[in-house]
Ligand binder design. Structure first.
Ligand code: GAF
Length: 391
């Protein structure tokens, strides 16, 4: 059985009750932002390439109230065993990275908020996005917080700039040199659509309809996260930048496979493999968007499998658990394609399949997988939103 996704209204009520319990008054403002699953286009965003994610019905909710002064107090209801669930800091003296780690994502957003200075506030966070599961719980927290701040003190409402500010916050305060995909889709996600995002400076996004009810997007959480996931990401970014320099390009988006082949003798094997993945993955992503639009699901599935194999063999960011989940899914009739999604080294797979194949696919994966997987059947949802309290 797939896990049920908690309703946003239920999360708001849970956060509201906690706020009243902690602070002895009602919160006045609330906002939420979704996690995401990337259908295809992995490790292409920081190479100016294409990605095709969709926003999830799982969200992070922030409720709160402005304070007089410059003090901030935030309580999280998220399970994050080794970390304190409450943080207090002063906006003028303490807006620096530290512990608990989850608060660094919030501090980064405050630091890069586009209508400074931010006044003091109290807030409670709760999320239905699995933490550290490769569904971008961090971008969902950042964007939910930014959306909360917009209610305290509005900025100019530029949504791309909002996504970039959240990304900058993750770079500066969480120390993760992420691309723009996760924050972008957390802000601009569109119900019933995936987004084909061109991650060059112009940042154009084309909605790709996903309305066919005979088609299902199944997320399978491996429930493992290998420690490599933190350190290998910046390494991959550096390798791509070096590859682009070697090819005389601003980014790998500008390079062709022909140019890569011509330069092969000058490149070391690892650089070649990384560049090859990125150049081919950018092409696959554009092709998959076209195929999805025309209902050519077998073609989309084939491209997803090629993407997974490339992430495993050329980009080397998969792991045995993700490979096992993909292999098991592909054994079931009615499955079009399956691949790891997100940064890699654990987290989730995404599988495209016929609606009537869902039950047998879940049972088969459960039987085959050596670990303990969790399943979510998911539909494309809206990006960040301001919320109200139901009376
Ligand atoms: C992580 C990053 F945050 C994204 O920007 C992206 O690079 C992804 O890994 C890989 O496609 O989620």
């Amino acid at each position: 059985m797939a896990s049920a996704v908690r309703a946003v209204s239920e999360l708001v009520e849970e956060a509201r009750l906690k706020f009243v319990q902690e602070f002895g008054e009602e919160p006045q403002l609330a906002a939420c932002a979704p996690g995401r699953v990337n259908l295809i286009g992995e490790h292409t965003d920081y190479n100016d390439g294409f990605v095709m994610p969709m926003a999830l019905p799982m969200v992070t909710v922030v409720v709160g109230k402005q304070n007089s002064g410059h003090d901030v107090c935030i309580v999280t209801l998220n399970e994050d065993a080794d970390q304190p669930r409450r943080v207090d800091f002063n906006l003028q003296t303490d807006l620096v990275s530290g512990k608990p780690r989850w608060a660094n994502y919030v501090k980064g957003v405050i630091h890069h908020y586009r209508a400074p200075p931010v006044p003091g506030f109290r807030a409670v966070i709760v999320s239905s996005v699995p933490l550290g599961g490769g569904l971008s719980s961090s971008a969902s927290l950042e964007v939910a917080f930014y959306s909360f701040l917009q209610q305290i003190k509005p900025d100019d409402g530029n949504e791309v700039a909002k996504a970039i500010a959240c990304q900058q916050g993750e770079h500066s305060h969480a120390g993760v040199p992420c691309g723009i995909m996760d924050q972008f889709v957390a802000v601009l996600g569109k119900k019933d659509h995936a987004l084909l995002i061109d991650c060059r400076l112009s940042m154009e996004a084309k909605p790709v309809p996903l309305l066919d009810t005979s088609l299902v997007i199944l997320i399978t959480n491996s429930n493992v996260k290998h420690s490599l996931s933190g350190s290998e990401y910046p390494t991959r970014r550096r390798q791509c930048e070096q590859a682009a320099v070697s090819l005389g390009k601003v980014s790998l988006r500008e390079a062709t496979l022909k140019e890569l082949e011509e330069a092969k003798d000058r490149l070391d094997e690892v650089t070649y493999k990384r560049a090859c993945h990125v150049i081919e993955e950018i092409q696959r992503t554009e092709q998959a968007a076209e195929a999805l639009k025309s209902g050519a699901y077998k073609e989309v599935g084939k491209l997803m499998v090629e993407s997974h194999n490339s992430l495993r063999d050329l980009y080397e960011v998969s792991c045995p658990e993700l490979d096992e989940l993909v292999a098991a899914a592909l054994e079931v009739e009615g499955v079009f394609g399956s691949r790891m999604t997100g940064g890699g080294f654990g987290g989730c797979t995404v599988t495209l399949l016929q609606a009537n194949a869902v039950d047998k696919t879940i049972s088969h994966i459960k039987e085959q997988y050596s670990g303990n997987a969790t399943f979510y059947i998911t539909t494309p949802s809206e990006g960040a939103q301001a919320l109200s309290f139901s009376s």
